[in-house]
Design a protein around this ligand. Sequence first.
Ligand code: GLU
Ligand code: ASP
Length: 491
Amino acid sequence: MDDQKTKTFFGHPRGLATLFFTEFWERFSYYGMRAILIYYMYTQVTDGGLGFSQSTATAIMSIYGSLVYMSGVIGGWAADRVLGPRRTIFYGGFLIMCGHIVLALPFGATALFVSMALIILGTGFLKPNVSNVVGDLYDTQDKRRDAGFSIFYMGINLGAFIAPFVVSGVQGAANSFHAGFAVAAFGMAAGLIVYVITGKTYLKDAGKQIPNPLSKEETGKLIWYALAIVAGIGLLIALIAFATGNFSINTVILAVTILGVVIPLAYFVTMARSKKTTSDERSRLYAYVPLFLIAVLFWMIEEQGSTTLAIFAAERTQLDVFGHTLNPANFQSLNPVFIIILSPVFAWIWTKLGDRQPSTPKKFALGLFFAGLSFVIMMFPGIINGNTTTLVSPLWLVASFFICIVGEMCISPVGLSATTKLAPAAFSSQTMSLWFLSDAMAQAFNAQATQFFSADTEVVYFAITGFVAIAFAILLYLFSPLLKKYMRGID
Ligand code: GLU
Ligand code: ASP
């Protein structure tokens, strides 16, 4: 352990370098794939796409995103009880790589769904655990901990920034979506190599223990639990099919939406009722619930960067600028690039404000306010032109992404730290998964909401979503002193 701490990566344990680059490549593959996936789904079959409708494509993007974060619950559990984080991360990366390889093969919709299953499970195995091992690199008292997470967060966004250019560049040059997906597969392979080779020396034993191994008796029951869960999901799908009178992709979409609500709810009820939760912790949990819901509204807007705004980029935006034709997938780099630019600015602002900085609930309110604003401004292109057919300047999207990221700076890093502080100690190893459930729930709602988006509804869609978010932000701001009281000493 000591040796790990003496040789450093920007003044941090060198294991951080391993995790930084593993996550960099994993996010490279994820966001690179997503940058072209929506276009792959709704491009005509004759042009190399799948020929889905735009609303089906946005709904699939959303349930996909939702499941990717929901499966963190399984990944967290597997690491905690069966495999230990280190091995879980490896298996996760391997599954993700296989998922991208499948999508790189020309097997149409079947390959897409197989690939989704692999990447959903793989990301659930990898993502929450890689973040948890970052925490393991530091003693609890280590002052470098928060800074370590910020560096790690930069790795995420660096991967997310570069990937859309590389993946869409290769896709364009080869005139094949599959070539783009192959680049994502290479990215994850690179991540795995870095993880295995440098992990041996830099990570040493971090994440090797199984924190709470299953007992013999529990192992015996495992198969029954797994079967019960599969049967439960099957039953849910069957019930929906029965109630709606048909079975289609929408049945699965609706099932995921329901799970997106049920799983976080079950988490909260279990935590609140647990005997291991103290009364202070229960009070904090009550304060956490509204914050969680505000985060859900925030992610609903943020995650639409890759769905409704991606459609806006392809269909409604002038792509010829300075004699150069932009690939609409390039707009996906705006979110991460603004994060990279603004992270140091916000770190400076918060340090400068010191004790005078806004409380966590107020930061959440600000975050949601900016997200709402980023959608409100998107109603203007349609209003100013009096139609939603004239192509508009790409600066609208640039402005919208920028404003949303100002909000993300107030919610994303703050939320993660608030989760670790407000979740009951007995559930601490699951806090990463808990936080990702806010994004999962958001995208589960998006699977329904984004289906209303089209050129015809654009102005109303952006206006309603944006103003509703702003209204909730104001409400939260007004109630923030009350929430602070429930937070019992945590700010
Ligand atoms: N965009 C970030 C990532 O991909 C954060 C997602 C989240 O916290 O929900 O890691
Ligand atoms: N902002 C996202 C995250 O922090 C990245 C993205 O949406 O491109 O990773």
